[in-house]
Write a protein that binds this ligand. Structure first.
Ligand SMILES: NC(=O)CC[C@H](N)C(=O)O
Length: 424
């Protein structure tokens, strides 16, 4: 089957139901122009900008202005509803293979600083925003967002109707797309590119994981540490599997008294056990958890040998290692205000989330307990398997800039390690 576009361009329809379901016609969508004005009139924008386009696989074309690196990139487009923390989002390795659209209409007002990086690189494919703040003002700021993106060779576009795109993503689900500043490429070429790429089934972890083991020592800066009274002064030896680990997970573990060795995603379980760990952490990471069976095997080999704690991708890999299945959600969860119920206490935590996949609770074997539920859609947000000292969360207890409601999960991991140490 093939679909004819309004430009007479014939497209092959995809094999999946969702892709095949599009009536593909190229539609040019535009945002009402934004003006940045002062009492004295229009202000010249303090960054170089040139024309760009976002072309989505459903045939919609969104003219934009670029404020980052030039080029053409294909990725999956997701929206993030956080009001703050764009630098942490830009450096979260779990966004590899994705464009992030911020629903907050103005981004960039605090610039970027040296301390808020979640990793040394930006792995996401590009940033999509409504409006770039014309002025940058913050006491920690060392650079503007535009300079940061350009220096990191990262695409960033503004002046798109981000509300309309978000509605589209909510209705149709996450969409693949192409961002391009290249005027020589036709809309049809970009559409073809977006339709012949897929994030599902790709191992994105190997690109973002460290290449060799290293020790992590940094703690949360005392100025920002809100939970320092709850430490027991003990030291716990933790091996942290890096599937795309965020620095703040390591800082929080370190602040709670852990002595941490970070190891690559392919690090053999037998070598990890030789380090005689009190506990093992499986980190967050990008992409499809079903595309990394080697990581699930490693998790299986380590189950029952030491207390384990999974965060986000780590939680999904644990779900699979325990015999459950993961599935792709319609548009996932990306934001800083997701309500989660802790089933054990009945308390609701407001959490930061960033994931497109989830564990199917119905697929889990007996004995595995769903400890947390996302109250927006009832999806599984946390697991525990007491028989093997397993705990995991689908979301981010380490979230920076927050919320911090779930930080106690680190303390629970410490208690799990303590109990296990005492009983051995
Ligand atoms: N933050 C993460 O670890 C993301 C997990 C996984 N890549 C997902 O999208 O569901």
């Amino acid at each position: 089957m093939a679909a004819t576009t309004t430009l007479g361009f014939v497209l092959p329809t995809g094999v999946s139901r969702r892709r095949g379901g599009f009536r593909v016609s190229l539609i040019r969508c535009s945002a009402s122009p934004l003006t940045n004005s002062t009492a004295s009139g229009l202000v010249e924008k303090p960054w170089d900008s040139y024309n760009a386009r976002l072309v989505l696989e459903d045939g919609s074309i969104w003219p934009a202005k670029s404020f980052g690196a030039p080029g053409t990139r294909v990725a999956e487009l997701v929206f993030n509803t956080s009001l703050t923390g764009y630098q942490e989002i830009l450096t979260d390795p779990s966004y590899a293979g994705q464009f992030v659209l911020m629903t907050n209409p103005q981004i960039g007002n605090t610039g970027v600083n040296l301390d808020d990086e979640e990793s040394e690189q930006c792995f996401l494919a590009g940033l999509v925003i409504r409006s770039l703040s014309i002025s940058t003002s913050n006491w920690r700021c060392t650079k503007t967002l535009a300079d940061y993106l350009t220096q990191r060779n990262l695409m960033g576009v503004y002046d798109l109707d981000t509300r309309a795109i978000t509605r589209r993503l909510r209705e149709e689900g996450s969409l693949n797309g192409v961002l391009s500043t290249e005027q020589t490429k036709t809309d049809e070429e970009l559409l073809q590119m977006s339709r012949s790429w897929d994030i599902v089934g790709i191992d994105l972890i190997s690109d973002v994981s460290c290449k060799s083991p290293y020790e992590w020592v940094d703690k949360t800066d005392p100025e920002w540490d809100f939970n320092s009274n709850s430490r027991d002064g003990e030291t716990y030896r933790v091996v942290a599997y890096d599937f795309g680990i965020k620095h703040n997970i390591l800082r929080r573990l370190s602040s709670y008294g852990c002595q941490i060795t970070v190891v690559p995603s392919t690090f053999p379980a037998s070598e990890a056990l030789k380090m005689n760990p009190d506990g093992i952490l499986f980190s967050n990471g990008p992409g499809d958890p079903s595309a990394v069976p080697y990581a699930v095997e490693t998790v299986k080999e380590l189950l029952g040998k030491a207390p384990v704690y999974g965060i986000c991708m780590g939680h999904q890999l644990l779900g699979q290692a325990l015999g459950g299945k993961t599935f792709k959600m319609k548009f996932g969860h990306h934001g800083g205000n997701h309500p989660v119920r802790n089933n054990r206490t009945g308390q609701v935590e407001i959490s930061a989330q960033n994931h497109n996949y989830a564990v199917d609770p119905a697929s889990l074997p007996g004995g595995v307990e769903v400890t947390h539920v996302n109250l927006n859609d009832g999806s599984c947000a946390g697991l525990s398997y007491p028989a093997m000292n397993v705990m995991s969360l689908q979301y981010h207890p380490e979230a920076s800039p927050g919320p911090h409601d779930s930080d106690n999960a680190f303390k629970e991991f410490i208690e799990l390690m303590k109990r296990s140490k005492q009983s051995s």
